[in-house]
Unconditional design. Sequence first.
Length: 302
Amino acid sequence: MGSATLKDYLLLHFIVLIWGFTAILGLLISLPPLELVFYRTLLATVGVAVVIGFRKESLKIAPRELLKIAGVGVLISLHWIFFFWSAKVSTASVCLAGMATTSLWTAFVDPMINRKRVKFYEVALGLLVISGLLVIFQFENGYWLGLSMALVAALLSALFSVLNGRLTLRHSPYQITFYEMGAASLVALLFLPIYSYFDGSAIQWTWKGLDWLWLLILGGICTVYAFSVSVDLMKRLPVFSINLTINLEPVYGILLAVAIFGEKEKMTPQFYLGTLIILVSVLIYPVLNYWNKKRNKVNSAQ
């Protein structure tokens, strides 16, 4: 893993700001969650293909590696389905608060997949996140379904982030994004008729009003650009650090949601208290991480 710079961290925060806008776009777009994910990933696949064409990069990948990347694409598709579904059945604020648990899941998923020791302070920060969630659940129990879906989306996010961190060591971010978005689009498309059959609703293929504009922003800026840059940043930044910074997504998203939707997005003071508790972990982690590295250097020097 390369050394990170201040520019990398600033770019990461800019990407998180963009992601904070995705839940709002999900509410602005009239499409149901599955159709929304299908169009988002389809547009993203086309968009990144154009970028690869301009950059004249090769898409040639060994079949075994292609299967691994496609498998991560399946996780991404499921993640976004639960993410947008959460926002639809609750609010953008509730959805984003649940997504702030990504670092908690990463603290356990990363050591399991990469066979590393579980760090005590990462688990402690995860418990801090849980305490914030308990505050939210206690006072916002009317949104339990949306928050539960967001928690599943956060777990899936932790999984594909850790797996992508391994893939970036062998492939370019644009190759990874192209095949993952293609696989995610295919999963959503195949699942559409199954969902429609059991739900009893017709598939909504047509766009309404400004859906085309919001989908272009979602597919182009929030997916092709943001996702490719985030994958590239994984070469230089620790996965846990990235996912912990993503905890700021609720701050950016909730502020944007209140500004755009007004009263609909305003929650109880306890909701914001719970969210604040979750986000304190973002400020604590760099201090604990620095202290841990310094202690390890001292121990190794002895």
